[in-house]
Design a protein around this ligand. Sequence first.
Ligand SMILES: *Cc1c(COP(=O)(O)O)cnc(C)c1O
Length: 234
Amino acid sequence: MIRDNLEDVRSRIADAVKRSGRAEEDVCLIAVSKTKPVEMLMEAYEAGVRDFGENKVQELVAKYEEMPKDIRWHMIGHLQTNKVKYIVDKAYLIHSVDSVKLAREISKEAQKHGKCCDILLEVNVADEDSKFGLSCDEVLSVAEEIATLPAIRIKGLMTVAPYVDDPEKNRPVFGKLKQLSVDITSKNIDNVSMDILSMGMSGDYEIAIEEGAKYVRVGTSVFGERNYSINKEN
Ligand SMILES: *Cc1c(COP(=O)(O)O)cnc(C)c1O
């Protein structure tokens, strides 16, 4: 089942890439495996997936321990400062940085491991009360401040778009994140690059690719529906 799902998602990604005149290697699928058991992740792994997304620190760490070591683990969920120490050496990229305080902690913990941690700034583009993330207005000043920290590197922006019936409705949201990245690039801040846009989920990843996504985070369309009655985590 997962193999078939992946085939479908990959061919849709390829079509969207073609439509938008982009290069295939510009876009990368992150299989969002939160709440799913390791056996299912291994199926995806065997079908070639090497990028997995998790939104809980404990779950990411547990799966990290069990799964092959050539996997890139993406932390895509809200991160508390007191949990940073558990994942700073395990996450390939932290997508969900939304405060200077959190960034400071990441930099501090990364320094202990003698590494530099790559992050994205999460932006609440649609300004939804229920969502984490910086407002569009504060992204630049926060980026400037985080850029001065010693062991952290801003690689781009991430957004979680609203839940909509028609994915076209999220096109302006993705367009706005792209524009924000262009604006920030033009400021030439040391230690800040805007190479990565992480946007698009099962319902709207094709539109996100057309608007410039580098990473699409797809869960349901790869692994099937999540069981919310058992696991109430998102
Ligand atoms: C769960 C989740 C996804 C994947 O959502 P699907 O609709 O299942 O594809 C993507 N991004 C974030 C931040 C998530 O929490």
